[in-house]
Design a protein around this ligand. Sequence first.
Ligand SMILES: *Cc1c(COP(=O)(O)O)cnc(C)c1O
Length: 385
Amino acid sequence: MYVIGEKELNEIRKVFDSGHLFRYKAGGHAPWTGQFEQDLARRVGVKHALAVSSGTGALICALAGLNVGPGDEVIVPGYTFISTALAPPAVGAVPIIAEVDESLTLDPADVEAKITERTKAIIPVHMLGLPCDMDALTRIARKHKVPLLEDAAQASGGSYKGKPFGSIGKVGIFSFNHYKIISSGEGGAVLTDDPLIYRRAMVCHDGGCVFFNKDAAGPKPPFFAGLNFRTSEILSAIMKVQLGRLDGILKRLRARKRAMAEVLAKSDAFALNANNEPDGDCASHLPIIFPSADEAGQFARTHEKAVSLFRPIETDRHVYSNWEPVLNKQAHHPGVNPWTLAGRKYEYSKDMCPQTLDVLSRTVVLATPHDLTVADARKLARSLV
Ligand SMILES: *Cc1c(COP(=O)(O)O)cnc(C)c1O
């Protein structure tokens, strides 16, 4: 979260004054959630947006929307928050871990190599706001008739060749937890053009789904056993204001990243990581890559006090080698273990994606300084070369 203030407080006060904090009202959407969903769908350019309580919930609803279940495989990148890899097991499916390349996003060639007849979804993650190679991934997805589920949890407002993240795949998700670009502390959303996926996600997000039965238009999926990933009017009031701030936040981030990148590109010690779409990049992060892990470590140690930076290889459960529940194939109960239910053998190991570990260990990620002037951001960059 970059900005929060008086505007959000005023909006929350209006919700309190209305006396109604629940997302549904008399068989329809309550005002703030209904409005936020409409605003978000328009901003992303999709027909349907469903606000939910978290990005993880959004992933689970999206997979349920795609009818993914036991016996199915879902391809996820080896560098993403663990949630991306835990959502498939939550619906009974097996996550297949694929390499990321220098762009820190899914390596299309490795995705294609890992597709089988059981692959039911591919989850490209626009990690750190950085665009995936959506042209290559879309081509592969079409060729193999597998839907793309875009995980744009860290990438609200980004785009690829003019198409907003969340609108490129069959379905997309956002997270609005505290660490994301716009935030209500917790929250998320499912985005899709497909009315059936939307309906299925809606049932998944609210097992009671009273509203679902009363909404006459559109296709009706069977009313299966859902859960509760509902948002509240308070969170939606915050998000309605946050969404209005999004373009301003991205503009600041992009100006600062551009200024820093210009300076850093001249370094002999490191290079800027390959970027699949600099114009659509959210620009919240600026990754630089070194010839060796030692050099990356040395740089990080030298500059960590002066600049906000991190080494992706040291970010715990964002790196697949630290995903114990996946590597150990552990579900909460053996009877619902997706790896057992699949009826075939799956092997994971800490070194199964060597390219990912290599890239992550040689990369240092700089935060783009949202609060600094562009001139000060440039000065900061000069202190690093
Ligand atoms: C944050 C995040 C999620 C999960 O979002 P929550 O709102 O924390 O549940 C999923 N995928 C990625 C890439 C994330 O960064």
